[in-house]
Ligand binder design. Sequence first.
Ligand code: ADP
Ligand code: MG
Length: 153
Amino acid sequence: MKELSVELKDELATVQMGNHLADVIKDGAIIYLHGDLGAGKTTFTRGVVQGLGHKGNVKSPTYTLVEPYELAGINAYHFDLYRLGDPEELEFMGIRDYFELNSLCLIEWPEKGAGVLPQADLDITLEYVDTGRKITFIANNDKGASILTLLKQ
Ligand code: ADP
Ligand code: MG
């Protein structure tokens, strides 16, 4: 499956969609999160990371750029590149280590890291619709497509 769109009527629906993605992620993936400020990128990420077993808060790492979560069976990294000045800063942060095999990388504002970030398996876009949101998943390769197939079930 290449593309999937779902309406999310409230914050809980966004968190639950993130939980659902956590359930079908087996090997990690590179996921770009698109959408305006307040669209729900961090809320969705919270659902994913908590769905993978994290018990505490999930805040956007606006100043630190990345927050690591060492979880049972998977390392997850939540990036928020909103304040990244130059994609090259990612090299100085040792970004390659984060994209190790089998890690799950969820990246807000990936356009700020263009040229340095690896390609995404999945692009996710959150949009405002009335008082809720719409989430659209686009698979860029076989790995992304198999995640979407599982997500649809
Ligand atoms: P972003 O990381 O995209 O800037 P946040 O996740 O930090 O956005 O904030 C999203 C805001 O929208 C939060 O106040 C959250 O409660 C709210 N929200 C999340 N999902 C929905 C939804 N499906 N419908 C309505 N409000 C939502
Ligand atoms: Mg955010």
